[in-house]
Design a protein around this ligand. Structure first.
Ligand code: NAP
Length: 453
């Protein structure tokens, strides 16, 4: 029998992951007026907003203001936030299908890509993802001991994440104080010995993935200055003419400006290097990073980096690989191992009815927060078409009470949107008392202690 959706029996959707894609998808479900819908947004963490809280750089507060719209969405009576519920454990794939007409996976990309070079597992070599999670106070990374005794750090990759971690490494405690960086990271970074950071692009300046606003910030830091080798950003006339992308054109202009600057003698330097690939992370003899061997590249006719056989060793004691995030498979959901995404056709999960995906776990880790609005809306359009055409299988237990009973029966301590509002107000008040925008609570148990009375 085809299910009709009414205000008494609305279309019930579970959104797994409360990052930007999950919230944009929820927003799209609320905005449409064809079908009455009820949405439960899950997150394995007590806190909502995913990468906006734990990925966006702590000093990029304007980007985070997107959460004001997110609050409206999660505060809508048709929506519930169920934090501290892990998909696959607290809510299994079967549980989700039994309680919802449609399940939409928006879990992002929580892991990272590796370089595949010798020495990658030495102490002091890690992914930018881990470093970002640490300084943003992610509960899974908060306990990590970050040794910042290195005077030289290499950051591999020239995307915006590489620029974020490099900037955080060279900002002064005073600059970081104005951000919502986790207190443990502020203390560690204040005591850090970092003097030189090498940001390494395997291709040329015209191929760098970062955006101009982020690049320009290196020219405006209190204690650090950018260093660019003119010969590494030199372009032939035809290479220059081939740059059609406006951002890339502007990037080259900013890099030229940096290269032309007189050294200011600041205590920290960010070396923006191009046409170099890491080939080996060297051991200092005690299992720690003792240097990074890089090979000089040239570009072939297709714009790919090709080694020249010329090598150089950078004096670094820490290596952060920032060569892209990678999605992690969810239990019971088809996964495309090669691409690191849920196998899907325009957001419909491959071979499944009533299961959908959006955001980085659908298309891979690219684009800014706003990119996910259209991506999520596109997936929701397919979901609604399927619902209207009677293609959804229909949930066996389509009520909030049934879900609550299921989770209570498993002893899950669900963290609601109202609970989060209590924690949010606490963090902001604590922050203000310290002259900071927010003082993040980083331990899960402490978070769970802040609840609506
Ligand atoms: P990304 O933009 O995809 O950059 C990855 C970088 O890694 C590229 O420079 C890539 O070079 C390089 N790379 C890949 N494999 C490599 C290897 N084996 N050796 C050396 N270099 C390698 O990824 P991301 O920086 O993680 O950022 C992810 C997304 O989030 C992006 O869309 C980014 O714009 C966005 N983001 C935005 C902001 C912001 O708006 N402020 C902040 C952070 C992140 P090739 O081009 O040669 O492959």
């Amino acid at each position: 029998m085809t299910q009709t959706y009414t205000p008494h029996r609305p279309l019930r959707v579970a959104v797994i992951g409360s990052g930007p894609s999950g919230i944009f998808a929820t927003e799209a479900l609320l905005k449409q007026t064809d079908l009455p819908a009820q949405v439960d947004v899950y997150d394995r963490l007590p806190t909502p907003y995913g990468l906006v809280r734990y990925g966006v750089a702590p000093d990029h507060l304007t980007i985070k203001s997107v959460t004001r719209g997110f609050e409206k969405t999660l505060g809508d009576p048709r929506v519930r936030f169920l934090g501290n519920v892990e998909f696959g454990k607290d809510l299994t794939h079967e549980d989700a299908l039994a309680h919802y007409d449609a399940v939409l996976y928006t879990v992002g990309a929580s892991s990272d890509r590796r370089l595949g070079i010798p020495g990658e597992d030495l102490t002091g070599s890690m992914s930018a993802t881990e470093f970002v999670a640490w300084y943003n106070g992610h509960p899974d990374a908060a306990a990590r001991e970050m040794v910042l005794s290195a005077s030289g750090v290499a950051v591999v990759g020239v995307g915006n994440v590489a620029l974020d971690v490099s900037r955080i490494l060279v900002k002064t405690a005073q600059e970081l104080h104005e951000s919502d960086i986790a207190a443990h990271a502020l203390t560690a970074l204040d005591a850090s010995h970092v003097q030189d950071v090498w940001v390494l692009g395997r291709r040329g300046p015209a191929q760098a993935a970062f955006t101009t606003k982020e690049l320009r910030e290196f020219g405006e830091l209190h204690a650090a200055e950018p260093v660019v080798k003119p010969q590494e950003i030199a372009l032939t006339e035809s290479e220059e003419a081939a740059i059609t992308d406006n951002t890339k054109k502007k990037n080259v202009e900013v890099l030229r400006d940096f290269a032309a600057r007189e050294a200011e003698g600041k205590s920290r330097r960010v070396h923006l290097r191009f046409l170099v690939s890491p080939v080996e992370i060297l051991d200092d003899g005690q299992g720690r990073v003792g240097g990074l061997k890089v090979e000089r590249n040239r570009l072939d006719e297709n714009g790919n980096a090709v080694g020249t056989g010329e090598f150089e060793v950078l004096p670094v004691q820490m290596v952060l690989r920032s060569v892209g995030y990678r999605g992690v498979a969810l239990p019971g959901v088809p996964f495309d191992e090669k691409r690191g995404v849920i196998a899907n056709d325009e957001g419909r999960v491959a071979g499944r009815v009533g299961e959908y995906t959006a955001g980085w776990i659908k298309r891979g880790p690219s684009g800014v927060v706003g990119t996910n609005r259209k991506d999520a809306t596109d997936t929701v359009a397919h979901l609604l078409t399927d619902a209207k055409d009677g293609r959804l299988p229909g949930a066996a237990h389509p009520t909030r009470d049934a879900v609550d009973a299921l989770l209570a029966g498993k002893g899950v301590k669900v963290y609601s949107f109202h609970d989060w509002q209590v924690l949010d107000a606490h963090e902001i008040a604590e922050g203000q008392a310290q002259g900071r925008p927010r003082a993040k609570v980083v331990h899960r148990e402490v978070m769970l202690g802040h609840r609506k009375a």
